[in-house]
Design a protein around this ligand. Structure first.
Ligand SMILES: Cc1cc2nc3c(=O)[nH]c(=O)nc-3n(C[C@H](O)[C@H](O)[C@H](O)COP(=O)(O)O)c2cc1C
Length: 209
């Protein structure tokens, strides 16, 4: 491991090229990540939440950025859902390593409207819709067979009907207070540009690498 070492030379992030708002830059970088064949899922992000005195992290999928909020969907009674109920502060991290980039968003999460969650749920494939009923996400189950039996139960229950959104499933939107853009540079002297929201507007500062 100690010998694994790469020099980062793909791009630079300089003040002269920065938009006033971070969302335009995020949009550009996201579009680049989608085009990059070495990035399997550009919208996969590591979500970190507070669990009393410790921190939990896991990957979720970004499904929208709208009205300056980052949106993802999950089970509201999962570990992450329970943690966000108690403490709205969270971080999402996009590890776009193939482009020598990382974006870190710090903010507060809140549930989106039932209607918006329902609209997205209705657009999902049937298998994913059933999965949301089957999985009591994050709680223990005694065997794979028990999970498959739950699947059979819900397949029969809904048969060919339209599958309604379960109450325990829906979206969160994260309202950011900080967005940091990291671009790898030579000699480990990377570019780190931090947008922070203060006094009703976004400002920018450069951090040492
Ligand atoms: C590529 C990838 C995408 C994922 N997307 C989601 C997602 O959008 N929503 C979700 O609830 N879990 C997603 N998961 C599963 C989570 O990482 C996690 O296992 C699950 O949400 C339970 O987390 P929790 O117990 O901390 O609440 C994804 C996992 C991977 C590897």
């Amino acid at each position: 491991m100690k010998d694994l070492r790469k020099n980062y030379t793909k791009d630079a992030l300089l003040e002269a090229n920065l938009p006033l708002q971070p969302f335009a830059l995020f949009g550009d970088w996201f579009a680049d990540a989608v085009e990059e064949p070495l990035i399997a899922e550009a919208n996969a992000m590591v979500l970190s939440t507070v669990n009393d005195n410790s921190v939990d992290s896991r990957i979720v999928l970004l499904k929208d950025v709208r009205d300056s909020h980052f949106v993802f969907f999950t089970n509201y009674t999962s570990n992450k859902g329970n943690q966000l109920d108690k403490n709205v502060n969270c971080t999402i991290l996009f590890p776009w390593i193939a482009q020598e980039r990382q974006v870190i968003v710090r903010g507060a999460a809140s549930k989106i409207s039932e209607q918006e969650s329902r609209e997205y749920f209705n657009s999902r494939p049937k298998g994913s819709q059933i999965g949301a009923w089957v999985s009591d996400q994050s709680s223990e189950i005694s065997s794979r067979e028990d999970l498959d039996a739950k699947l059979d139960y819900y397949l029969k229950k809904f048969n060919n009907e339209v599958i309604p959104k379960p109450n325990h499933w829906g979206g969160y939107e994260i309202k950011p207070v900080e967005i940091e853009f990291w671009q790898g540079r030579e000699n480990r002297l990377h570019d780190r540009i931090l947008y922070y929201f203060e006094n009703g507007r976004w400002s920018v500062k450069r951090l040492q690498p």
